[in-house]
Design a protein around this ligand. Structure first.
Ligand SMILES: NC(=O)c1ccc[n+]([C@@H]2O[C@H](COP(=O)([O-])OP(=O)(O)OC[C@H]3O[C@@H](n4cnc5c(N)ncnc54)[C@H](O)[C@@H]3O)[C@@H](O)[C@H]2O)c1
Ligand SMILES: [Zn+2]
Length: 365
């Protein structure tokens, strides 16, 4: 049985669009696209893990809507979110006779979404873009907000643009083929939304652990729609990351980034690092007298139940601190963190003493 569809409207003046969330709704791609614009040619960008069956399903739906479809499938993986791959795709678009009336459709995880969006933002000075995110992380995070881009060899997401899509289609059943560890990693970001913005969502997650682990379509539709709504609310207030409102989304991330880079990209997944980072940030808030231990414990319990890691990997705390301050002298450089004040609320806290940060790396319990 298919679950009822939910629609999240992202309100950004003339760049407004809808995110449609449901199950077994891949065949909605064609009608959705033609419903928001005149489309005769699509370049569908995907990766080899997602091509069968998901990208093929999207392509069929587009063809049924009388759209001519060309498919470009890249090799999967973060290293391909590169300038070289962008150049290869630009050439590919050129060969396919892509023009300003064409639409780039991304079918895949965050790598494909960011890369394909960047291609759409730059080819012929910008063509239209539509997203079908297929990883949980892409469905609740990277496909909302309009940030697109590629990595430079030493700097993640260094080159990019803001480009809002014409629309986003999310099919929860695509998650059935996602690797279990990738799926759980996405749940890390889902829990984050609860802690930073929505105590009810956190309750819902606690109550629906079984459904989440079983990738139940109704539970996923509800959860993904709520996460998209929450991120859209933030993005609507601060579309281009200028006012600082978007900073709340970085809860756990200041701790997470060094874990990702020091562990070598790929060893620890982003959402796993975020889970550990959220617990560090929560312990820091405890140390600073902003919350009591119960709030950290609730997050710890939920992460454990969802199969996410809760302990810091075996890394040198000094190295973590150094990475956090980008090699600035830790003793002098004070740090800024997004810290919880109660379930569903966070605050930006400046001037944190590095010694408190170091202490927060380890669980006292
Ligand atoms: N633009 C933003 O605002 C934003 C926000 C967060 C993250 N990101 C970016 O997103 C990227 C990470 O995204 P990700 O975690 O989706 O990584 P990813 O795109 O590499 O996908 C993870 C893996 O899962 C595979 N996959 C995806 N969907 C699948 C499916 N349905 N079935 C089987 N396999 C599937 C992919 O081929 C890949 O091997 C990073 O590059 C990050 O910088 C962007
Ligand atoms: Zn993140």
């Amino acid at each position: 049985m298919t679950t009822p569809t939910q629609t999240v409207h992202v309100n950004l003046a003339e760049r407004s669009y809808d995110i449609e969330i449901g199950s077994e709704n891949i065949d909605r791609a064609g009608p959705l696209l033609t419903g928001v614009g005149k489309v005769s040619h699509v370049v569908l960008i995907t990766d080899e893990n997602v091509q069968q069956p998901h990208a093929v399903g999207v392509a069929k739906s587009l063809v049924n809507a009388s759209i001519e479809v060309d498919v470009l499938a890249i090799e999967p993986g973060e290293p391909n979110k590169s300038v070289d791959m962008a150049a290869a795709l630009w050439e590919g678009l050129l060969e396919l006779g892509t023009d300003r009336k064409s639409v780039v459709v991304a079918v895949g995880g965050g790598v494909v979404g960011d890369l394909a969006g960047f291609i759409a933002a730059t080819f012929a000075r910008g063509i239209r873009f539509f997203q079908v995110p297929t990883s949980l992380l892409a469905q609740v995070d990277s496909s909302v907000g309009g940030k697109v881009g590629v990595n430079l060899p030493g700097a993640k997401n260094m080159v990019g643009a803001f480009l809002q899509p014409m629309g986003v289609l999310i099919d929860t059943t695509t998650l059935r083929t996602l690797d279990a560890r990738q799926y759980r990693s996405g749940l890390g970001e889902v829990v984050k939304y609860g802690v930073i913005l929505d105590a009810d969502l956190f309750d819902y997650l606690e109550t629906n652990v079984t459904g989440l682990l079983a990738r139940d379509d109704a539970v996923l539709t509800e959860v993904i729609a709520r996460c998209c709504r929450l991120k859209a609310d933030v993005v609507e207030q601060d579309e281009r990351e200028e006012t600082g409102v978007r900073a709340v989304l970085n809860y756990g991330h200041t701790f997470a980034h060094p874990l990702e880079t020091l562990g070598g990209y790929g060893e620890i997944l982003h959402g796993e690092a975020v889970a550990i980072g959220m617990l560090c940030a929560s312990r820091l808030a405890e140390r600073l007298g902003r919350i009591d231990a119960a709030l950290t414990d609730r997050q710890h319990k939920l992460f454990s139940a969802l199969g996410l890691p809760v302990d810091l990997p075996d890394l040198d705390p000094d190295e973590i601190l150094r990475a956090m301050t980008h090699d600035k002298k830790v003793e002098h450089g004070k740090l800024r963190f997004v810290l919880p004040s109660r379930m569903g609320h966070v605050e930006l806290v400046a001037d944190v003493d590095p010694e408190d940060v170091r202490a927060a790396l380890f669980s006292p319990r």
